[in-house]
Design a protein around this ligand. Structure first.
Ligand code: 2HG
Ligand code: ZN
Length: 461
């Protein structure tokens, strides 16, 4: 540990675990984007809230930038440390602190993995209903920092709806206890909601009090094969009108092909252009019959060409893998990811225009579309072909994203639905937020992090 700043940090925070091994710098300095070369100063792994505060106070005094770090499964570069920042990993603060059976609240440290949160809720006969594929490795603090969404938003909303309280260390090292589990609290600005989705730029989440809820009714999982995107929208409308949906996700033949190449079972013998994985309440005979009737209606209309109904939990998991396995299956191509949001009603127009645009702009690139139809959230992954350099690929992606951003502005959409702006999308923030809003955001940031030491360069410069 030769850097004098680290000696000073160690003196300021006795007992703080600091890592500087090259392998650690690489591991903790990146997220799933894999586009920036990790180059952190060091990794600080505090074990207590006091230590987090002490590290921030030290960084404030010495003008050292901090990158707060959870499971680093982010897809926008929000947890990348490529400029000599100190990574502050919450990894060791990963305990469930308690459950209150009257409030139905679970309190956890920020580094707790989502899956551990879900299991702790289950142990109380309840659920924490936010869910997505990276549940095993992402942390609740990271989920809060990006207001993560996932596959149950259609039923339960984003992470924001489930945060009854959180403890936040600001850019001066002050500890704020926000929300405090109150159901009602009309006492001024709700700073908790400012912190949620702030991507570590307003404070470091150190603890969260989560609302739990009753388990969902038993569900039926269906995989549907469809002829067109119009049909996806028609089936969505028909299912939503007749059933209580728990999830409604889509993918295309290209996405399915990549997942199957990575391991997975295709229940269909024919290749179809579009697929939907959906789940709806099917706890009793009436709900099951309604599901079957909705399916048959869509079949008669020609909106659905084929379908598989999961006959067991294991088969439901297999069907889900076809959708949830896409990100992992595509990872080796280091895709350029778009994560767009439009009103659900604007999806068909947006998709038609965006497709034409992308087909013209990227005739040589493979583009994988999938996402959360029920939320108006599409994931558009552009794969980097072998033989095309990083620089050339990124330059082309940047050009097309600018056009996509214009299109989103026209339809009143957002350049990031659930992954965050991070580094990847900050050049396009103006397409989604007005100049007045961005000025206010900068002002808020300047108050909560006056020296700009928390995740600088993320969201905006
Ligand atoms: C999902 O919905 C995640 O599976 C990841 O948000 C999306 O890899 C992506 O682009
Ligand atoms: Zn998603």
């Amino acid at each position: 540990m030769t850097d004098p700043r680290l000696t000073s940090l160690q003196t300021a925070v006795p007992g703080l675990l600091i890592k500087t091994d090259p392998a650690d710098l690489e591991h903790y300095g990146r997220d799933w984007t894999r586009r920036w070369t990790p180059a952190p100063l060091a990794i600080a792994l505090p074990g207590t809230v006091d230590q987090v505060q002490a590290v921030v106070r030290w960084a404030f005094e010495h003008g050292v930038a901090i990158v707060p770090s959870g499971g680093r499964t982010g897809l926008s570069g929000g947890a990348v440390a490529a400029k000599g920042e100190l990574v502050l990993s919450l990894e060791r603060m990963n305990r469930v602190l308690g459950y209150d059976p009257v409030d139905n609240h679970l309190t956890v440290q920020a580094g707790t993995p989502l899956q551990v949160v879900q299991e702790a809720a289950q142990a109380q006969g309840l659920v924490y209903p936010v869910d997505f594929g990276s549940r095993g490795s992402c942390s609740i603090g990271g989920n809060i920092a990006t207001n993560a969404g996932g596959i149950r938003v259609i039923r339960h909303g984003n992470t924001r709806e489930w945060i009854a309280g959180l403890k936040l260390v600001t850019g001066t090292g002050e500890l704020l206890d926000l929300g405090r589990g109150l159901v009602k609290n009309s006492s001024g600005y709700d700073l908790r909601h400012l912190a949620i989705g702030s991507e570590g730029t307003l404070g470091i989440v150190v603890e969260a009090t989560l609302r739990l809820t009753q388990p969902l009714p038993a569900a039926q999982t269906l995989l549907l094969a469809l002829p067109s995107f119009e049909a996806v929208m028609q089936v969505f409308a028909a299912f939503r009108a007749r059933l209580d949906l728990q999830a409604f996700e889509f993918l295309t033949d290209i996405g399915l092909r990549h997942v199957l190449a990575h391991g997975g079972i295709n229940p269909f013998e024919t290749v179809y252009p579009y697929y939907v994985v959906t789940e709806y309440d099917a706890a009793d005979e009436a709900q099951q019959a309604a599901g079957l009737a909705a399916f048959e209606h869509c079949l008669e209309q020609g909106w659905v060409l084929d379908g598989v109904q999961a006959a067991s939990e294991a088969q439901a998991a297999q069907l889900w893998r076809l959708r949830e396995g896409i990100t992992e299956a595509l990872a080796r191509y280091r895709p350029y990811k778009n994560d767009i949001s439009v009103r659900i009603s604007a999806l068909p127009v947006f998709l038609a225009k965006a497709r034409t645009l992308l087909d013209e702009a990227y005739p040589q690139f493979e583009v994988v579309w999938f996402g959360h139809i029920g939320d108006g959230n599409l994931h558009i992954n552009v794969l980097q072909p072998d033989g095309v350099s990083d620089g050339e690929f990124m330059a082309q992606c940047a050009k097309v994203t600018a056009v996509l951003a214009d299109l989103l502005q026209q339809v009143g959409g957002s350049i990031s639905a659930e992954h965050g702006i991070g580094l990847v999308k900050k050049d396009y923030l103006e397409s989604t937020r007005t100049a007045a809003e961005i000025t206010l955001m900068r002002g808020i940031r300047a108050v909560m992090d006056p020296k700009g030491i928390l995740n600088p360069g993320k969201i905006f410069d």
